[in-house]
Design a protein around this ligand. Structure first.
Ligand code: 5GP
Length: 175
């Protein structure tokens, strides 16, 4: 059974009209979790994307990002919700459908010129990934690629990210 069929669809979550793609059913299955981490590992062992560190976005990006950093022999840097990181941080606000949200990274987590693989579970509008990329760049890093389990191309995030010149990789897509 492939990755896609292990992802549970939850209608009307977090609000009416949204079909939430729940990856917890994928990663609780040992074979499913292995497919995800092996799929991403293979990509970065084989395709020559050059990077120094994995940056994962809270919270599901931590699960994938840390396992992937381990298999690739890289370090892991968290991007977190506001107020969670203990040392000096850089912040980036981004637009939601209603209002704004914010993400943070430690000021000294990425040294200037460091090449970063940005990881999250799912790409929808691209707002979260672009905010995380902006953080990496504010501290002098370079985003080598953005990697996701799931892309929702119809929502347009992938297009937006590609148009800004970033590279995107995802293991699967839903309409
Ligand atoms: P975006 O910022 O691209 O609109 O939304 C992506 C962010 O929201 C990611 O951090 C992702 O974890 C979360 N997200 C949005 N929709 C879904 C969904 O259907 N399933 C999951 N697992 N995460 C989602």
């Amino acid at each position: 059974m492939p990755i896609k069929s292990r992802i549970r669809a939850i209608p009307d979550y977090p609000k009416k009209g949204i079909m939430f793609r729940d990856i917890t059913t994928l990663i609780k299955d040992p074979a499913g979790f292995r497919l995800v981490i092996d799929g991403l590992t293979q990509r970065y062992l084989e395709n020559g994307v050059d990077f120094d560190v994995v940056v994962g976005v809270e919270a599901r990006g931590f699960i994938l990002g840390s396992a992937l950093a381990y298999t690739l022999g890289k370090g892991f840097v968290p991007v977190r919700k506001p107020g969670k990181l203990p040392a000096d941080v850089v912040s980036q606000e981004y637009e939601l459908e209603y209002g704004t949200d914010k993400v943070e990274i430690h000021l000294d987590a990425i040294l200037p010129g460091t090449r970063v693989l940005l990881v999250d579970d799912l790409l929808a509008t691209g707002g979260t990934a672009l905010a995380a990329a902006a953080l990496v760049e504010k501290v002098g890093g370079v985003v080598a690629e953005m990697a996701f389990i799931v892309n929702l191309p119809d929502i347009g995030g992938e297009r937006k990210i590609l148009d800004k010149g970033y590279r995107v990789f995802s293991l699967t897509e839903f309409e």
